[in-house]
Write a protein that binds this ligand. Structure first.
Ligand SMILES: NC(=O)c1ccc[n+]([C@@H]2O[C@H](COP(=O)([O-])OP(=O)(O)OC[C@H]3O[C@@H](n4cnc5c(N)ncnc54)[C@H](OP(=O)(O)O)[C@@H]3O)[C@@H](O)[C@H]2O)c1
Length: 254
């Protein structure tokens, strides 16, 4: 039986790397690739073979309807769902502004939930859902606030969903990487003069963190927290009050 992987955010960074590695590792042999940039999706589809592209702006409600119809009309059975579409913007509430704040919530929160819900009736027993959280999901982060809060939502949502869908035999893993070399930091960069992490470290390779996330998902693990730094954040999150974690972020990263 074919194993279909649906990957959002497949035109770049982590999403594209998930597609490549799911193929390489024999975890999936058919792909549905989603993002806005059609040319990038088509190039990846050519590289993978047996892949379809669905160029969508997931901030638009019609996009979810189009995706739902696509699955239903073709009666697709999904083995992997990787929800990698997402973005962040550095800056305080004045600099990020209403439009970008709402778009982060629309994409990182709303689209993540709606794509997952649309996919669930098509997921096959033994399948895996990978939602993308972040190292930032563990702590309130001033000057990256809406993004961090949106990822905190993804963490809690993934944990709750995992329990709800246990009877379906589908696992949910929340992947929480630290800083990774993708287009993310370029998109997040604010205008001149705004406070933001200019030299985020350690900067990880997508290849390494995605390989780790797939190994965790295959074993049905709840969390895939990448490198030592993010694991430390995760541990401190359990031990320290938020105000100390926030102080550490302001002093050591920003
Ligand atoms: N890189 C990091 O340091 C890091 C760390 C922690 C978590 N993350 C999370 O990892 C996920 C992937 O990010 P990345 O690092 O791979 O960044 P990236 O290279 O910028 O990729 C983001 C992907 O999201 C897609 N996307 C953006 N807006 C979209 C929209 N409105 N509709 C549909 N697709 C949209 C982009 O495609 P189009 O532009 O073609 O639409 C692209 O494929 C995100 O959720 C991010 O928050 C990243």
């Amino acid at each position: 039986m074919e194993r279909l992987a649906v990957i959002t955010g497949a035109s770049s960074g982590l999403g594209r790397e998930f597609a490549r590695q799911l193929k390489e590792k024999g975890e999936a042999d058919r792909f549905l690739l989603i993002a806005r940039r059609r040319d990038r999706l088509e190039a990846l589809a050519d590289e993978l073979g047996n892949a379809e592209v669905l160029p969508l702006d997931l901030c638009q409600e019609e996009a979810i309807e189009a995706y739902t119809a696509y699955l239903e009309e073709r009666k697709l059975e999904v083995f992997y769902l990787v929800n990698a579409a997402g973005f962040g913007k550095f800056g305080d509430y004045r600099h990020v502004g209403a439009e970008a704040s709402a778009a982060m919530i629309d994409l990182n929160v709303k689209a993540t939930v709606l794509i997952t819900h649309a996919t669930l009736p098509h997921m096959v027993r033994g399948g895996h859902i990978i939602e993308i959280g972040s190292g930032s999901c563990f702590t309130p982060l001033p000057h990256f606030n809406v993004y961090a809060a949106s990822k905190s939502f993804v963490l809690h949502y993934s944990k709750g969903l995992r329990e709800e869908i246990k009877p379906l035999g589908v696992s949910v893993t929340c992947f929480c990487p630290g800083w990774v070399e993708t287009e993310f930091l370029g998109v997040a960069k604010p205008e001149e003069g705004v406070r933001y992490p200019k030299n985020p470290k350690p900067l990880l390779k997508a290849k390494k963190v995605v390989s780790y996330a797939i190994s965790r998902a295959r074993r049905g693990k709840m969390l895939a927290v990448t490198n030592w730094y993010t694991k430390l954040q995760h541990m401190l999150f359990k031990l320290l009050p938020d105000r100390i974690l926030t102080w550490l972020w302001l002093k050591t990263v920003l």
